[in-house]
Write a protein that binds this ligand. Sequence first.
Ligand code: NAP
Length: 289
Amino acid sequence: MKSAFIGLGGMGQGMAANLQAAGLLSAVYNRTHEKAEAFAREHDVKAVRTPAETLAEAEIIVICVSADDDVLAMVDEIADQLTDRHVVIDCSTVASDTAREAARRVARNGAGFVDAPVSGGTEGAKNGTLSIMVGADDAVFERVMPVLDAMGAKITHMGGVGTGQATKAVNQILCAGINQAVCEGLRFGAALDLPLDKVVDVVGSGAAGNWFVNHRGKTMVQDIFEPGFKLKHHHKDLGICLHMAELNGGTLPLSAKTREEYARLMEQGHGDEDISALYRLRSDLFQKD
Ligand code: NAP
């Protein structure tokens, strides 16, 4: 079984490298071709110039691009040349409706589709320790399991197409709340003049411990917000969550507040920073002379 990878961003670089290490990768495509060339040189695979060229190289096509329209654009680029020997796996974070639409478009030529959004950050992508939430028919899921296994440590089949993305929406709501709590808590610790590295180590090992404080706590308190997870992407994800909540007759107050705050940061030019840049907006909580 051979796979090809479309989208060598912060996540795709690590995920594709793990596919290559498992002997499963044959080609890569990236919109900015130089990135694909650099990856190909480093990992000894083929860099192709169009998404459709991946189809001759592999049966499983993994996509990891930014947002809904980008995924559908990539699907449209390959749709005409797909056959029933192909399966498309989308690891981007998009709406469940987008996953179902992508599945419809690839099914016209008999290809399978899997929505497989991931969690675990760029570190998880690099180390192959992602948690992957999968929406797919049973038979298709079984077929692509070796590819998912090469990229993640926990692979969970949630149900049919779209359920992976619905589960990822739950994940993104949790991430919003965790980001809020960590930024507020660490600003409080700073105002008390506590040694913040020690604070992160000790609280990160107890009941308040979580991935975000452990991986971003020490950098955010030094005003380092290198991605990681770009806040413009989490802004996009929370838009999806709020839309889904509305369709189900509900609201998500903490997600709405977090999304508004990301929008403010994006206006200030911080959209490509890590979501921990929310810490910037907490500087006015404690006014010290
Ligand atoms: P990123 O670093 O911004 O990279 C985005 C990738 O998508 C780049 O390869 C980019 O190509 C490509 N792309 C964007 N629009 C495109 C289009 N219209 N056509 C073709 N290619 C396009 O993003 P990332 O952090 O890797 O995230 C990718 C996806 O994973 C997003 O949906 C994000 O929400 C999700 N995710 C991210 C994290 C994280 O911690 N970073 C964690 C879980 C899930 P260029 O190089 O040409 O710009």
